[in-house]
Write a new protein. Structure first.
Length: 145
């Protein structure tokens, strides 16, 4: 199997308009694992000033996708086919961190788990967990529409 190197994975991450738009960055990547961080910004909060649940969901989903991508052949791309998230605590910290791990990798289907933490005054609190099912799909063009 011909896997991508870290430089290719990071380039793919930056090629997604949503992640840079919300200020997210791919902080770590290794075989079957990935983590994404996003610092607090008022424009990604909900009406109470907390991180919006959609931001937690987006980075949980994307971290699992990139964790799966580390195990896929270069000719394949991750596509989420199922996603479930449970919100456990409020996300009111200075930063959100999604840490994902692939629990089971098949030829075309990958099952992953993401844990989303809020960092507040150097404390790490689990705020959400997600189960993500990802399909390895044929590579698609990454052209803007």
């Amino acid at each position: 199997m011909d896997n991508r190197n870290e430089e290719e994975l990071r380039a793919s991450f930056l090629n997604q308009p949503l992640m840079p738009y919300i200020g997210a960055r791919l902080s770590t990547i290794s075989p079957g694992r990935a983590s994404i961080e996003v610092n607090y910004q008022k424009n990604i909060t909900q009406q109470h000033g907390l991180f919006h649940g959609g931001v937690s969901g987006a980075i949980a989903d994307n971290a699992a996708g990139f964790a799966a991508m580390t195990l896929m052949d270069k000719e394949k791309e991750p596509l989420t086919i199922e996603f479930k998230i449970n919100f456990l605590n409020i996300a009111d910290g200075e930063k959100l961190v999604a840490e994902a791990e692939i629990l089971q990798a098949g030829r075309s289907i990958f099952h992953g788990e993401s844990k989303v933490y809020t960092i507040k005054k150097k404390e790490k609190l689990l705020t959400a967990t997600a189960l993500v099912t990802i399909k390895a799909t044929s590579k698609v063009s990454e052209k803007l529409r």
